[in-house]
Design a protein around this ligand. Structure first.
Ligand SMILES: C[S@@+](CC[C@H](N)C(=O)[O-])C[C@H]1O[C@@H](n2cnc3c(N)ncnc32)[C@H](O)[C@@H]1O
Length: 270
């Protein structure tokens, strides 16, 4: 029998189990990240299960008529906001590997009365989409969950058209920054913390995948009080976080928003 030396299957199983039945968070995460007028446009089913780490859409410059891919759409909060910005001539492809999450997005899309959203079940490591088919990739608190981040970034570059853009939000931690008992805790992986890259590694991997103009456009520290808003971290791991010195407890990670673009067709090497 072949062995999965990168433990990818184990990581995927852990993530699927964590998100399949994730309880509604009573909108605490959404209220922290989005303004009241943004939330007014989003059905409750999506607001109550918002699990992202930042409001990257403020930096995404979504234009009417664009095709946007939302990787790891979850219950659909960013899909809904993006679909309103692309307008009826645009399209948002809402991708998630859990049918349960796609059902929640479907419910939100129906409640919002939107006809420009396509739901796709698939994995971010092998996007079931054609090359050069998307104008903009967005993703909020998802890439960290993969054990194959370079592969995910290569897939983003493959599906984007020449000149296409990327705008993703995720947590970063500086190398060896997390105490081992937290870094190795399964619920810390499901909470996007244990799998986090350093900011420099994130930028490096995006550049290696072919992106240019890679810029960190937003940074926001995340401490134990913010982690406790997510119904993902266990009481045990939150307890380990609370035992840390106050300065560390207030800054376990930094949520960042990164923007990048692919070279335009005429800028590509022959
Ligand atoms: C932290 S939640 C974020 C959801 C949403 N972006 C938001 O802001 O509320 C992560 C989402 O990514 C999905 N996901 C995790 N690993 C995935 C993978 N390998 N391929 C596709 N989706 C994945 C999960 O099912 C979950 O819905």
């Amino acid at each position: 029998m072949t062995r999965d030396l990168l433990q990818m299957e184990e990581v995927k199983r852990l993530v699927r189990d964590a998100y399949r039945d994730v309880p509604a968070s009573t909108a605490a995460v959404a209220r922290r990240l989005y303004a009241a007028d943004e939330l007014a446009a989003v059905p409750e089913v999506a607001v109550n299960r918002s699990l992202g780490v930042a409001n990257h859409l403020r930096h995404a410059d979504i234009r009417p008529g664009e095709t946007v891919l939302d990787i790891g759409c979850g219950a659909g909060i960013d899909t809904i906001l993006a679909a309103r910005r692309t307008g009826p001539d645009g399209l948002v492809i809402a991708l998630d590997f859990l049918p349960e999450m796609l059902e929640r997005t479907q419910e939100a899309v129906r409640a919002a009365g939107l006809a420009n959203v396509r739901l796709v079940e698939g994995e971010m490591e092998a996007l079931p989409l054609a090359d050069d088919s998307v104008d903009l990739v967005i993703s909020n608190g998802v890439v960290n969950l993969s054990a194959r981040k370079a592969r995910v970034m290569a897939e983003c570059a493959r599906v984007l058209r020449p000149g296409g853009r990327l705008c993703i939000a995720d947590l970063t931690v500086e190398q060896d920054d997390l105490p081992p008992r937290i870094a190795t805790h399964p619920t810390a992986w499901a909470g996007c913390l244990a799998g986090a890259l350093s900011e420099a590694a994130m930028i490096h991997k995006l550049s290696r995948a072919g992106f240019r103009a890679v810029r960190v456009v937003h940074r926001e520290p995340l401490g134990v009080d913010e982690c406790a808003l997510y119904p993902l971290f266990s009481a045990e791991v939150l307890g380990l976080m609370r035992d840390l010195p106050p300065e560390r407890r207030r800054r376990l990670a930094v949520a960042i928003v990164v923007t990048a673009e692919l070279p335009a067709a005429d800028d590509r090497a022959p």
